[in-house]
Design a protein around this ligand. Structure first.
Ligand SMILES: *Cc1c(COP(=O)(O)O)cnc(C)c1O
Length: 337
């Protein structure tokens, strides 16, 4: 039996609405909507009125167009990476975010007349045209959107936010503009421009602290055994029972995106009762101390009301984004809301 991942589309919609800041609110659905399922997530947001979607790769854009049908705008962050991609952009009415002089030239040769966006680098040094490049662009029409991305928006007081904001105004004094992902959206009207691009906040993650939780992950118990004082559990015999213990073995492991680094720092929940994971987390199995439960549980929750993606991320030394996008293929996915 597979573990069950419940995805609350109603919570995603509510988070999208809660991020409205006067500007148009877009939706970032790259990486299979952060691992939660491109088609159901994009459909739910389109039903609620989202009209601008963002993906990372052109193939994701093709899949998204199939889901949404004609109408909504689909921007592709990586832009025109190869001349051979021009057909995908044309045939699926996708908007490339052009990132370099080379991409702009390729666009002019292979896609002239097609709608495009310009991505500017205002200080992150990852993707986008630099100020010096702008003087050397071939003549194009008006971009549908000019965008840039903040490096430090999860830390509102970081001075780089204001520096990048000023650079964006300087490089793009006019036009339809977008600077804010989730963090920037939360930093207020100065950062909102014409269109915001939240991703993680839709899916219940920080830095949107007020987000409704979106995912619940319940792991089925395969068996429960008694372990005597002095006996060990799991690979490496790392954990040794200090009291007569009942250990439940659950069906999920690092092959399902539950990082091995979580190890014994992980807590699972039986309703409102916390149960500590013990021993090493393995590929398909997690062992949990359920001695303090009155009855052997049928399932334990790893993600739920008591423990969200950011709590699990903290236990693994990572971020909620990675927890979500790592959620594996072996879960039975159930959509509610
Ligand atoms: C991923 C991404 C976003 C969304 O970021 P969140 O922090 O998830 O809101 C927005 N813009 C760009 C360019 C991105 O790569």
């Amino acid at each position: 039996m597979q573990a069950e991942l419940t995805i609350d589309l109603g919570a995603i919609r509510a988070n999208w609405r809660a991020l409205h800041r006067g500007a148009e609110t877009g939706a970032v659905v790259k990486a299979d909507a952060y691992g939660l399922g491109l088609a159901p997530v994009a459909r739910a947001l389109a039903e609620d009125g989202a009209r601008s979607f963002f993906v990372a790769q052109v193939e994701e854009g093709v899949a998204l167009r199939e889901v949404l049908g004609p109408g909504p705008e689909i921007y592709v962050f990586s832009g025109l990476m190869a001349a051979g991609d021009a057909g995908f952009y044309r045939d699926n009415d996708l908007i490339p975010c052009l990132n370099s002089i080379e991409q702009v030239s390729d666009f002019a040769s292979h896609l002239a007349e097609h709608t495009f966006a310009l991505q500017l680098d205002t200080g992150m040094n990852r993707l986008g045209l630099e100020a010096a490049d702008l003087a050397h662009l071939p003549t194009l029409g008006e971009p549908r959107l000019i965008l840039s991305h903040l490096a430090c928006a999860d830390t509102p007081e970081h001075p780089q936010n204001a520096t990048q904001l000023a650079a964006f105004h300087e490089m793009a004094p006019a036009g339809r503009r977008s600077l804010a992902a989730t963090g920037g959206t939360l930093m207020g009207a100065n950062y909102a421009f014409d269109l915001t691009r939240p991703g993680i906040g839709l899916y219940g993650g920080l830095p949107f602290a007020a987000a409704q939780p979106v995912v619940k992950l319940s792991l089925p118990v395969i068996q429960v055994r008694d372990v005597a004082v002095g006996e060990s559990v799991g690979y490496g015999a790392d954990w040794i029972a200090q009291r007569p213990s009942r250990i439940a073995t659950l069906s999920a492991g690092y092959a399902d995106g539950l990082f091995r680094a979580l190890g014994a720092g992980l807590t699972l929940w039986s309703g409102d009762t916390p149960c500590p994971a013990v021993g090493r987390l393995s590929m398909d199995l997690i062992t949990v101390d359920v001695t303090d439960l009155a009855d052997a549980p049928a399932t334990l929750d790893l993600l739920g009301p008591h423990q969200g993606i950011d709590a699990v991320a903290a236990a693994a030394g990572t971020i909620g984004y990675e927890v979500l996008t790592a959620l594996g293929a072996r879960y039975a996915r159930r959509y509610v809301g």
